[in-house]
Design a binder for this molecule. Structure first.
Ligand SMILES: [Zn+2]
Length: 485
């Protein structure tokens, strides 16, 4: 599987013209293509924010004493997701999806099926293909789980007359407040929808149940919440005396306090904030700083409508090694530029401790390459691939009279090629992969003089990404060349 992953990474890297690797998130940003996950989010309506506010829950009133808090949980969700249902669901919800994609329906569904169907595991020396469910940790797994569960949820909740005080779901964690009779019925329907995916029920104990990062407490006819700290949590966090930027330490304090305020109802807030305060103090954070932050953040919580920031220019992060006092000075210098921020990174990284051991091969001696030769008279470039070394391949181009696009360009336009400035675009040992990379390079470059039939083998899914990134690149180039200096 490794070679396959390397290959895919390589393809994406070349398509986007990145020197080392490309982050998927960045790819999506640059091309304006939503992720599969975002597609599913458009389709989904009842999906619940994990970081929800206590105030959302506490406003509910439980009318009768018979209603209890329950939690519905899917049994081994990821391995039991009936993926066969996915095409059918996408088909039914296509009217919601089509606004967000250039792909036609059949290809979109095919692409999703491809991602779901090509999951492999290695155990010792054997490879196994996943047949049931989705792989845990795969970025689409959560989205698919969400899609299927919502489909189930609609089948159960929308088509009935259940009287439910609260229903909240985060992936497979459902919080529900209703009567004993009704929950019995709901569980029966849920467990008969599919023969693989089953659900279990958890009932409140002493009027309490843990849900996500909160403990939900039923008190008379009201709901109270408390931020939940996992019992396995050690009380060790970044020590205040550690050599780190003060901003990082402040951010830790703010994060803890914000979470506590957000997830705890006012009745229990002093208790939880006390716990957080002593956790921070144990790790040497000054009491004054803690108290001040609690005051500030509580004020902010009640006095701003939300934490939403107005949309502004995207922020650019510059990674720099953290050096005490110097880093702070640099930060002061860039302060007038609100869109530029510095991301501090540790000075030494493991790979820097080892020296480079490989000798560098001169350009002309490199073999198994994809290369680009510019024309002397026009903007055209010829893109080719070869297993020979570059010097030999150039000799071939100079003296042979075969019907390559390079030869045709020379004859038809009476142009010559600048062989000295040949650029190596990539290196790849495998012939088929190299041919594929060549196709991408041709497709990406609007000035390539290669025959269009050279790129017939390129899949449509890749073409869309290439088209979008190439447009962005050209736009950037245009802006750079027209900006007066
Ligand atoms: Zn030319």
């Amino acid at each position: 599987m490794r070679p396959l992953q390397n290959f895919q990474n390589k393809v994406l890297r070349i398509i986007t013209d990145k020197p080392l690797y490309t982050r998927i998130t960045q790819l999506h940003e640059e091309t304006d293509l939503p992720t599969v996950r975002e597609f599913f989010d458009h389709v989904s309506s009842n999906f619940y924010e994990k970081q929800c506010q206590a105030s959302e829950l506490t406003k509910n009133i439980i009318k009768t004493r018979e209603r209890h808090i329950k939690k519905i949980d899917a049994v081994s969700l990821y391995t039991n997701i009936p993926t066969q249902l996915v095409p059918q669901i996408l088909e039914e919800k296509w009217h919601l999806i089509e606004k967000y994609t250039d792909l036609p329906k059949t290809e979109f569904i095919e692409a999703v099926q491809l991602t779901l169907g090509t999951c492999y595991f290695q155990y010792e020396d054997e490879f196994y293909q996943q047949i049931d469910g989705v792989a845990m940790g795969s970025p689409v797994a959560g989205a698919v789980a969400q899609l299927v569960l919502e489909y189930f949820e609609e089948k159960v909740l929308l088509n009935s007359s259940y009287r439910i005080t609260i229903f909240k779901r985060y992936v497979d964690d459902c919080l529900i407040i209703t009567t004993e009779d009704q929950i019995k019925e709901i569980m029966e329907v849920l467990n008969n929808l599919n023969n693989k995916l089953k659900f279990t029920l958890e009932t409140e104990l002493d009027n309490k149940i843990n849900f996500l990062d909160m403990t939900i407490i039923r008190e008379n006819n009201k709901i109270e919440t408390k931020m939940l700290r996992k019992t396995i949590n050690s009380d060790r966090i970044l020590d205040y005396n550690s050599v780190h930027n003060i901003k990082q330490k402040k951010a830790i304090v703010t994060n803890y306090i914000d979470r506590a305020i957000k997830l705890t109802s006012p009745r229990y807030r002093p208790e939880i904030l006390n716990q957080i305060s002593s956790l921070l103090a144990t790790n040497n954070y000054p009491q004054e700083m803690i108290n001040k932050t609690i005051k500030q953040r509580t004020h902010k919580f009640y006095n701003s409508l939300s934490y939403q920031n107005p949309k502004t220019e995207p922020i650019v992060y510059i990674p720099l090694p953290y050096i005490p006092t110097l880093s702070e000075k640099i930060e002061n210098i860039i302060k007038p530029y609100p869109n530029i921020r510095i991301a501090h990174k540790p000075v030494i990284q493991v790979n820097q401790l080892f020296s480079r051991l490989k000798a560098i091969v001169p350009k002309g001696q490199k073999s198994h390459i994809v290369y680009e030769i510019p024309c002397n008279q026009c903007n055209g470039v010829y893109i080719g691939q070869t297993e020979q070394n570059l010097n030999n391949r150039i000799k071939g181009h100079k003296y042979s009279k075969t019907q390559t696009a390079l030869y045709k360009h020379t004859i038809e336009n009476n142009h010559t090629f600048n062989f000295e400035n040949t650029r190596i675009l990539d290196r790849e040992k495998n012939k088929r992969t190299r041919e594929f990379l060549e196709m991408i390079c041709i497709k990406r470059n609007p000035n390539s003089i290669n025959d269009r039939t050279d790129i017939n083998g390129l899949n449509k899914i890749y073409s869309t990404i290439i088209k979008k990134t190439a447009e962005n690149d050209n736009e950037r180039r245009r802006r750079v060349t027209t900006t007066p200096t």
